[in-house]
Design a protein around this ligand. Structure first.
Ligand SMILES: Nc1nc2c(ncn2[C@@H]2O[C@H](COP(=O)(O)OP(=O)(O)OP(=O)(O)O)[C@@H](O)[C@H]2O)c(=O)[nH]1
Ligand SMILES: [Mg+2]
Ligand SMILES: [Zn+2]
Length: 353
């Protein structure tokens, strides 16, 4: 049995229910053949109604954390049918290859824990990339610097990340020695949903196990040769934290592509602010005269490599955004073309009578 409120249900979703009979359920796991959903009567296996799944792609596809409605709760052992997907409150997505555009990592989340190991995995720029996507998600970012036991200068790292991640909470932990976990647990009140994201091997599943006080999730040693993880977690999955709150474990990501420019400004507020003072409204901060951003670099206010990284993220995001727009345009042209052909056929037939 699940209390809907404890699963994160509230007025925002309630108002979207089509009628009294619709049964709200939350997607707690994804499988190749369907979903695990949680509802007031427990747990069911579920599939999307045929008319729902047709034509869905990219971020329109429901993911873990999404609220859906079922027509009925099936008998144990039978499959439920997802009738409708409710509009999300927040969603963490990443850029996906090909026509997919964006892929949902976790939906309706309040917090995204960006987990980095303080071993060879540590990379401030990667953290900033994740922060941009959290900025776009609508959720609150918390950076977890895990494996503090493997680092000589934890304080220095924290200071570095705080500087690079304005507004984000930064917490150092050791999942192995169970240090720093209280500060993570403090954020997990009843009804709050938090997703753990980051590279493979950063210790996401180990952290969740340590928080739960139980070895629920499989974990594995990182590879000795290059220190990378083995992609141990293979599917996104939601778990209940004993004192309330819901945790979503996710598979480690090789790279986090930015599908659009959203959220980048939240990571670099000072650069965005200075941009407004550049002489040209469309200043690229390269060689234009009167560039306030380059002036700030020259005066030492901003680090040159930080600005370079900002420009790189912007350029990459813009290129991906244009690619997606172009695809959408071509697709709609095809649809319009097909419709026009059908219409011409009707017109000719009617006229020819
Ligand atoms: N020294 C140290 N090792 C840790 C810590 N946390 C996790 N590890 C180890 O790091 C390795 C990878 O941990 P996982 O929890 O499987 O990593 P993950 O982020 O879930 O990786 P994927 O599921 O592949 O995305 C395991 O050998 C853990 O024991 C820590 O705080 N300190
Ligand atoms: Mg894992
Ligand atoms: Zn400029």
């Amino acid at each position: 049995m699940h209390e809907l409120h404890a699963l994160g249900f509230g007025p925002y979703f309630h108002e979207q229910l089509p009628d009294e009979e619709a049964i709200p359920a939350r997607i707690a796991g994804e499988h190749k053949q369907g979903y695990i959903v949680w509802h007031s009567a427990g747990e069911s296996f579920a599939r999307l109604a045929g008319r729902l799944s047709r034509g869905l792609e990219g971020e329109a596809y429901p993911g873990v954390g999404d609220w859906v409605t079922l027509k009925a709760i099936p008998e144990p052992g039978y499959t439920a049918v997802v009738d409708r997907v409710l509009t999300r409150r927040t969603v963490f997505t990443r850029g996906a290859a090909g026509a997919q555009g964006r892929q949902v990592i976790a939906a309706n989340i309040d917090i995204v824990f960006i987990v980095t190991g303080l071993d060879a995995n540590y990379n401030v720029r990667r953290i900033q990339r994740y922060l941009a996507r959290v900025g776009a998600s609508g959720a609150r970012p918390v950076v977890i610097l895990n494996k503090a036991d493997a680092c000589d200068d934890v304080g220095g790292r924290i200071a570095e990340v705080e500087l690079a991640a304005p507004g984000a909470t930064v917490i150092a932990t050791s999942a192995k020695l169970e240090r720093g976990l209280e500060r993570v647990a403090d954020q997990l009140r009843s009804g709050v949903t938090a997703a753990f994201v980051g590279s493979s091997g950063a210790g996401k599943s180990t952290l969740i196990n340590a928080l739960l006080g139980e070895e629920k999730l499989r974990t594995a040693e990182i590879r000795a040769d290059d220190g990378r993880g083995r992609h141990t977690t293979t599917r996104r999955e939601m778990l209940v934290f004993p004192s309330g709150g819901l945790l979503i474990d996710t598979p480690g990501m090789r790279e986090l592509a930015l599908p659009d420019e959203e959220g980048i400004d939240s990571v670099f507020p000072r650069i965005e602010e200075l941009s407004l003072r550049c002489r040209f409204g469309d200043c690229t901060h390269q060689s234009e005269p009167g560039c306030a951003v380059r002036q700030a670099v020259q005066s030492g206010e901003l680090p040159a490599d930080g600005v370079e990284h900002y420009l790189l993220l912007r350029a990459e995001a813009r290129a991906n955004e244009l690619r997606l727009d172009e695809r959408a345009r071509r697709r709609s042209e095809r649809t319009i073309g097909r419709q026009r052909a059908k219409d011409m056929h009707i017109i000719n037939r009617v006229k020819g009578r």
